[in-house]
Design a binder for this molecule. Sequence first.
Ligand code: UDP
Length: 324
Amino acid sequence: MKAVVTGGAGFIGSHLVERLLETESTVTIIDNLSTGRIDNIKKFASSIEFIEQDLSLPGKWQKEIAKSDVVFHLASLADIVPSIENPSLYYSSNVTSTLNIAEAAKANSTKVVYAASSSCYGIPDQYPTKENAEIRTEYPYAMTKRLGEELIIHWGKVYKFPVVSTRFFNVYGTKSRTSGTYGAVLGIFLAQKLAGKPYTVVGDGTQTRDFTYVTDIVDGLIQVCHKNITSDIFNLGSGQTYSINKLVSLLGGEVVYIPKRPGEPNVTHADISKAKKYFDYSPSISLEEGIRNVLDNIDYWRDAPVWTPESIAEATQAWFKELG
Ligand code: UDP
């Protein structure tokens, strides 16, 4: 199989590339290294093609997709606050780029596996949440990921190439991003642990998340890619939920409490029965095991920013101002 992985130098992408190389695949990574890191792929650098490219600009890189059997489109900007501060950047990174991928895929009916976000459900009516739940995007990151999903599915239908969209739930694991922006909870807590600072727990920490270990997501992506599925959407989560207090107890250490933010769900919980039925998706890594793996590799977060209640209050000003 000839595969392209956009965002292949990033957190989830680099795990996916590693797995693809264990099978018969040849892999080309397209990544602009805005949040991805060469370090993430150096172990297998000699076995891949690497194209450093901004996907929001059409170009020769699209030929690479036209020549491939599948493109896993994982490249995107993440995080809530910068998406509120700079929505046009998020639009070009997450929507225009997806348009360029779609245009490349239609040339030779390359299969597209799109990485969507469970943030499209906002605060849903039902838990666990199924794929047919109402779309309730709360902020530009969620909206641009959803627009990309609609766009790629529409292009696939009109121009007749296979598209599968997978909605990720709270993915964590080794190599999760440690760039400057205020991002996903685990990276924040690991940097605080290394610095001997208290964990900044939002609210009372009883809110729960469907924390999904990265290799379970990778399994799902590989499984869905090998099935003959056209134009469909699947949740990829663990199907379990764990509280932030549980996460803290596994990491060990002091906590400090910070205010709840507008629009944040109290629960995320994937209904994964559709993925189980269609491609035997069976996530197997418990939070306990996943956190053990991460703690074994905690040095990765050595240079990550250490957030404090004060710096978080400053960094999340736009969140409270625009969504409050
Ligand atoms: N969270 C926290 N402290 C932080 C950052 C996040 O307690 O410094 C909580 C947050 O309130 C949420 C959970 O961790 O309940 C997951 O947050 P993240 O931003 O990783 O994912 P999302 O809220 O988008 O699911």
